[in-house]
Design a protein around this ligand. Sequence first.
Ligand code: EPU
Length: 427
Amino acid sequence: MKKIVINGGNRLHGSVCISGAKNAAVAIIPAIILSDGVCRVENIPNIMDVNLMVNILHDMGAVVNRIDKSTLEIDPRRISSPFANYDAIRKMRASCYLLGALLGKFAEAEVALPGGCDFGVRPIDQHLKGFSVLGAENSVSGGLIKLKAKGMLKGGHVYLDVVSVGATINIMLAAVKAEGRTIIENAAREPHVVDLANFLNSMGADVRGAGTDVIKINGVKHLNGTNYTIIPDQIEAGTYMAAAAITHGDVVIKNVITKHLESITAKLREMGVQIDEYEDCIHVYSNSRLHRCNVKTMPHPGFPTDMQPQIAVLLSVADGTSIVTEAVWDSRYKYVDELKRMGADVSVNGKIAVIEGVDTLKGAPVKATDLRAGAAMIVAGLSAQGTTYIEDTDHIERGYEDVVEKFSSLGADIKVIYTDDPVSKRA
Ligand code: EPU
């Protein structure tokens, strides 16, 4: 069994370079299906979710050429079927973007039902509502979602009942080559939504307003090949900021867009962490106990739900009582039981967690219950007294490139072991 082992207590120091954004990459790679030429994409993170998506395109017929660790050239012109039914699809949520991309290209799609982190119910009703406005009806059978339009897709007016990143992206993918104009109201404003729009526009699409809550898409007939560089990962950067703060470290985080980090920066400053912002890097340092604060997750530009577990770890050692409200997902506190194994004092009632700060966390065997929960366990382990063993590290590898190497380079005592040694078994 593979585990991450951390001997906590080292102050992080030095600099770390942030990889390309996972949630942008998993949208941009399927968007390549829509292109009539070769797409060269740089700053692609070398992580499991992205590699799965690249493999799916390859299995569908795309020619994939890896130029270097973070650059791919993909020629989608041999993708000739709207059908995608692979095991990899069932392993990740973002595979639902194949629906929008295939529908946009073929006016029909048949894709295996997607998997992904378990935060309770993860519906796609808003995606399907958008596809239906464009003229595609849906059905589910044999573990596949089937979409089919009568003739070409036609632009329309979609009002999202909830602000959904996935639905916004999927409707954009389906609409870029539809006939006429599509308007998405109450659209998600996340940086990766904007990055996808920029990518599509670089191929010749006409997408306007991404980053606001109204996106207007004028359909075009063709999309050409392009060269594009993916934005840095906001949540990876936030995770290293949190780790620097909790270890009273002094870390320069490079390759970031500071604007994307504003809500995280604001909360960390409220907790007493020193942060200096530069053009494409951020300096995080702290040498006193963190202050308590309250955090509520919101769609962008609010505090990101994908940073909720990491910030909760910081609050678990802050000087007082903090309240965390998870307002995006129904159930994103599975990691709390693991954090309690390390001595945290947290009680959860529905969407609210009340955290009483303790003096210090203590190393323990814990599980990564999902991607960000796993990242939070690393942040906890880095500050804890003693040794933390993290199981189910696959979740972490889905979203963090070279996580052990990057933390090691900052002075953390962290490594991967392969063992069934009883010492490292869960208590
Ligand atoms: N929702 C609906 N109906 C829909 C779609 C969503 O009710 O048709 C609800 C969800 O149940 C949830 C809320 O709307 O309560 C927001 O869901 P959203 O669709 O925005 O989430 P997503 O697209 O499935 C993406 C990220 C998640 C991140 C959320 C929220 C990707 C691949 N995933 O998921 O990232 O938590 O947006 O920001 O972009 C992660 O990276 O760890 C991760 C889980």
